[in-house]
Design a binder for this molecule. Sequence first.
Ligand code: SF4
Ligand code: SF4
Length: 99
Amino acid sequence: MTENRSPLIIDEKACNGCGRCADACVMKVIEMRDRDDGSKVQVAFVARPEDCMFCEACVINCRQIAIMLNAKAGSSMIKSINENMLKPKKSRFSFKFRK
Ligand code: SF4
Ligand code: SF4
């Protein structure tokens, strides 16, 4: 399985190389590659993990149930988005109120 900090976990044994997940991903996160064992059946892999939006389109389109979101990677990404949204931003404008 492809795991660690990847946004997706791919079960390479279950993957039949259909490419539906790669086609479904508008961010082009997933690509197909040849297997190390020389098999003619390709396997999905996470080519651009940093572009994943955790939309689940790839998961929904996999008939083999061979791909799932990595909850750990997702939660850290969502945490970082939340933190950035909550950071106070400097305004380009300043207002002075008259007394
Ligand atoms: S949709 Fe599923 S079975 Fe098809 S290539 Fe992707 S992970 Fe493999
Ligand atoms: S969760 Fe969405 S953005 Fe991420 S790889 Fe799957 S389809 Fe692409």
